[in-house]
Design a protein around this ligand. Structure first.
Ligand code: ASP
Ligand code: MG
Length: 410
């Protein structure tokens, strides 16, 4: 929703659905660029915005972007003769905890919204924001309007939650890296969760978790199509994130290749192999609120072993510092080493559950390309490797080909 013209188009699209007999609740995010603009203003006044002291006011500030777009959409709908009403999060209310800038939704009251729907109104609810127990405005983290939309859909037991975004669906991998990447018609919720957590930034990951928990069928589709395309066609477009593991899905062994450039690797060398070591290392890291991704410990030789894990690149320096200053002296380990020039590449697919040899096929492909694997981790439906970041695109392209993803029928 970047301009009055775009908002008017959104209103026409909503009106089309409404006139076809659907009860509609719309959850807008801010006009494009607006959240960045607002946060940029704050940054000019206080360069160290990371400090917790500012977080309440940041939410007060950032939430205005959604309030403006919601009111504008209501006005645009009314101008087209549709009865519409907009609500801020606190008016619904959408209750959250008090973790400013990354609050979690706790409950949504459906009374006011249901009453409006039953009056034949289109209801507009601000995305991205809620209210805590004390009446403070909170926000849900960047990209949080996806989560608002799914949460509202769950609370109202909606038939489907449509997320209109700037891409037309979920792809087998990022089309900027593999031009032959194909749009998936359906993807299972579990696959989407893996892909969303690994840098396929189509949806905020928490919205996918929410959809899984409350079984909300989610469809990702383009906001750039003409508003007046056939409604049935629109309803089938994009990618459906579904819960049924139907036959078609079972056939796709690997559904997508995900990657993450932000992975940094850290190894603690020569740690004694005895109870409590992993806790000593990762406990200190967790205490600093740093998320750890892959973790690897080898078998020991002469009572000593090496312990490696990955963190987000932004947390690398802090993690290294904690390990060197606190953990190393207590542990009696030899040294801590690390590398930020790494990335993670993963193959994802629920078919991997029931097929053998998929991981080895992945390793074969990487070896044929001469790419060294530094770390490996697996789950039921994915295999991930950490490799040198300079080989990332090559790895993604080769794997996309190996698993025939160029041939997927969109
Ligand atoms: N406006 C918020 C952001 O830019 C929320 C969203 O767009 O989903 O992060
Ligand atoms: Mg968004």
């Amino acid at each position: 929703m970047g301009s009055p013209e775009r908002i008017s188009n959104v209103a026409k699209r909503v009106a089309k659905w409404h006139r076809a007999g659907h009860q509609m609740v719309v959850v807008p995010s801010a006009m494009s660029g607006e959240t960045n603009r607002l946060l940029g203003l704050a940054k000019e006044l206080a360069p160290n915005l990371i400090s917790d002291a500012y977080h309440r006011e940041l939410d007060m500030l950032a939430s205005t972007g959604e309030q403006a777009s919601s009111a504008l959409l209501a006005i645009a709908l009314q101008a087209q003769g549709i009865d519409a009403i907009s609500y801020a999060g606190w008016q619904v209310p959408i209750k959250t905890n008090s973790a400013f800038t990354k609050a979690r939704i706790e409950s949504i009251d459906d009374k006011r919204v249901m009453a409006d729907l039953n009056q034949g109104r289109v209801v507009i609810i601000t995305g991205f924001q809620g209210v805590d127990e004390m009446g403070n405005i909170t926000t849900l983290g960047r990209g949080g309007s996806d989560t608002s939309a799914v949460a509202v859909a769950a609370a109202l037991k909606a038939k489907e939650c449509l997320i209109y975004t700037d891409v037309d669906g979920v792809y087998t991998t990022d089309p900027r890296i593999v031009p032959l990447a194909k749009r998936l018609m359906t993807v299972s919720f579990e696959e989407m969760l893996e892909m969303a957590s690994m840098g396929s930034k189509v949806l905020q990951i928490r919205s996918v978790e929410f959809a899984g928990k409350y079984k909300v069928p989610l469809r990702v589709l383009s906001s750039f199509t003409d508003w007046d395309i056939d409604l049935e066609e629109e309803a089938r477009s994009g990618t459906l994130i579904s819960f049924e593991e139907d036959e078609k899905m079972e056939q796709a062994i690997v559904s997508g290749i995900a990657f993450n450039r932000d992975e940094a690797k850290i190894s603690v060398l020569g740690v004694p192999d005895k109870p409590g070591i992993a806790y000593q290392i990762l406990g200190a890291v967790a205490q600093a609120n740093i998320e750890v991704d892959m973790i690897i410990q080898n078998i020991s030789k002469d009572g000593k072993t090496d312990f490696s894990f990955t963190v987000h690149r932004n947390d690398y320096a802090k993690t290294l510092d904690i390990l060197k200053s606190k953990v190393l002296p207590e542990l009696g380990a030899t040294e801590v080493v690390g590398d930020t020039q790494t990335c993670k590449v993963s193959i994802v697919g629920i078919g991997m559950r029931s097929h053998v040899g998929i991981a080895s096929k992945m390793f074969q492909t990487l070896s044929q390309e001469g790419i060294n694997i530094q770390m490996i981790s697996t789950s039921e439906i994915k295999t991930s490797v950490v490799i040198d970041e300079k080989y990332m695109e090559l790895a993604v392209r080769a794997l996309h080909k190996t698993f025939d993803l160029d041939q997927v029928q969109a």
